[in-house]
Design a protein around this ligand. Structure first.
Ligand code: PPS
Length: 278
């Protein structure tokens, strides 16, 4: 099973991201109107994509993650017409430099890492393309060590947080979206410079609810090309619970203490981490 994982720059990737592609990502031709949708896996990427696709009319193109595919991917993406919405789980240092030069707009979605870990654990368990995990306890150790696909949550977050004052990057929190989605949708549309009415915001929120998105996948109504996950093309695995605080059903008090200690240590200098809601 471990053969399905390889390391690049020390970070574990699935074989869906070929080493050749990862090596040649810098040849990627970014355009000023590209929009990046950045996340550590299991942070709400599909949710965000669903909202962005509705903010834009007429339709824009949602691609699969930039790091997903083989060497032909660079050319394939370069041939796509604008406007492109491009998801990625890459950390800032691995992002093709063209995006930085062109100062493309980017969203970075943050989810409480305890819930992210739980979501990823279930994802590993349900996904035959990922290594077998014996138990939650074993998975948590791997997660804290950064020995899971896309590497350490902490490193990913910190690499992007360094750019928290960049005007072209908007940081969003999953928990804020759960609490007041219309407010976040409004903020997103202002950032994108798209005018939408309160009625449209209401409609976008309805169509982006967990129940609605899950049932669309079950009805196979969604476009299979719209998978924004680098780990699988099976959209059905994405919509599990969509809740805040599911970690409480998994962490023992001892595991929680271990997590908190590591979080405090790693996030000592982080401003954004203060906003993470447990
Ligand atoms: S992936 O595979 O990394 O792209 O997954 P990602 O989309 O980032 O995250 C999957 C989790 O997001 C939850 N989700 C939602 N929550 C609330 N509302 C909506 N509409 C929504 N859509 C997806 C999804 O259920 C996964 O979390 P868990 O906790 O596993 O349910």
């Amino acid at each position: 099973q471990t053969a399905l994982i390889h390391r690049f720059n020390g970070i574990p990737f699935t074989t869906r991201s070929s080493p050749d592609l990862l090596k040649s990502l810098d040849a990627f031709d970014a355009r000023e109107d590209d929009i990046l949708l950045v996340s550590y896996p299991k942070s709400g990427t599909h949710w965000l994509a669903q909202i962005i696709m509705q903010i834009y009319t007429p339709k824009v193109t949602l691609t699969s993650p930039i790091e997903f595919g083989d060497i032909s991917r660079v050319e394939e993406l370069n041939n796509l017409s604008s406007k492109r919405i491009i998801p990625t789980h890459l950390d800032y240092n691995m992002l093709p430099s063209n995006f930085k030069v062109k100062q493309c707009k980017a969203f970075y979605i943050i989810r409480n890492p305890k819930d992210t870990a739980v979501s990823m654990y279930h994802y590993y368990r349900d996904n035959p393309n990922l290594p077998t995990i014996d138990s939650w306890t074993v998975f948590l150790e791997l997660f804290l060590r950064g020995d899971v696909v896309c590497g350490s949550w902490f490193d990913h977050f910190l690499s992007w947080e360094e750019h928290k004052n960049d005007r072209n990057i908007l940081f969003l929190f999953y928990e804020d979206m759960k609490k007041d989605l219309p407010k976040v949708v409004k903020k997103m549309s202002v950032f994108l410079g798209v005018n939408i009415s309160d009625r449209e915001i209401k409609e976008i929120c309805e169509k982006s609810s967990f129940t609605e998105m899950k049932s669309n996948v079950e009805k196979e109504n969604s476009d299979p090309n719209h998978t924004v996950c680098a780990l699988t093309s099976n959209r059905k695995l994405i919509f599990r619970k969509g809740a805040v605080g599911d970690w409480k059903n998994h962490f023992t008090p001892k595991e929680n203490k271990m997590f908190e200690e590591m979080f405090k240590k790693k996030m000592k200098l982080s401003e954004l981490a203060k906003h993470i809601i447990y």
